[in-house]
Design a protein around this ligand. Sequence first.
Ligand SMILES: [Zn+2]
Length: 352
Amino acid sequence: MNDKRSAQDPFVAMVTATARVDLRLSDFQPRSMLVTPVHDVPRPRFPAIDYHNHLDALEPADVLRVMDECGIERVVNITMRTGEAALATIAKFHKVAADRFATYGWMDWSDLREPGFIRRTVDRLEKLVERGACGLKLWKDLGTSVRDDDGKLLRIDDERLAPLFDKAGELGVPIMFHIADPDAFFQPIDNHNERYEELAAHPEWSFYASHFSKAELLAQRDRVFARHPKTVFVGAHVAEHPEDLAYVSQLLDANPNLYLDIGARCAELGRQPYTARQFFLRYADRILFGTDLIPEVEMYRLHFRFLETTDEYFEYPSHASRQGRWNIYGLFLPDEVLRRVYRENARKLLSR
Ligand SMILES: [Zn+2]
């Protein structure tokens, strides 16, 4: 084909032509020309519990209006406050509608370097639970910035934290881990990065060249799941690895005490709909509906469309800066899966 005649052939010329154009990436807003069915899903098939949200800045009555409009039975507020402020937040929501809200506590590292930290942490957990908290969340500051009194990064599987996880098991409340981030956040912010625009908007979200690699952070966390079989753990954001559902499947198989939420990861799941659908069918008892986005009617409805319909190539729910230039495909999950994912799995964890 590389002789002179074929190079002059109009067909060859057409299929080998490429363009180098200058168009600002932020100005490039293509619209899909596909004509495919659109199913609006105003309310979920079963009353849903949003197991991953952050409501600290919101008024309960405003959230309730959205919840009522789109069939959300309950929202779990993961408070980012600690101490008295956390207890006040629990009270603020529970006072308005104790059966519509639940609250996760937030790990307090403020006095880590003072003697007796673990004992105090265990006491704090007990107090949070006594006041109505339904779990405790540990965030990605653990493993990336929390340092002990030697100035060393605290490991997620540090043995000194073991009494906290044991206490959660004893009290019957789960520990939620969000200790890493999307794989792209651990890659250079360059032209190969699938979340380039998101990271350009939030360069501080990048963990590129952080001390522990993502694989190491996950390995530390996974050792904690195995070390505390009597404690229930929730792996936020599809256990932080929706990019590799085979990995998450192995993790679920190895640790019956592990659940996960799908918060803010519809795009990873919805870009691999065949694999994701199989994953939901197989682990229907372990997956929790959660959004991690400001409660808004359209946001919830996009989730219902994703989980329930056969719609193709549509917008994923996201924050304003978007995650990446992609669209998603519906999973058309069967009723028995939807019932568990929307509601029953969360109820099991909330009633412990
Ligand atoms: Zn969150």
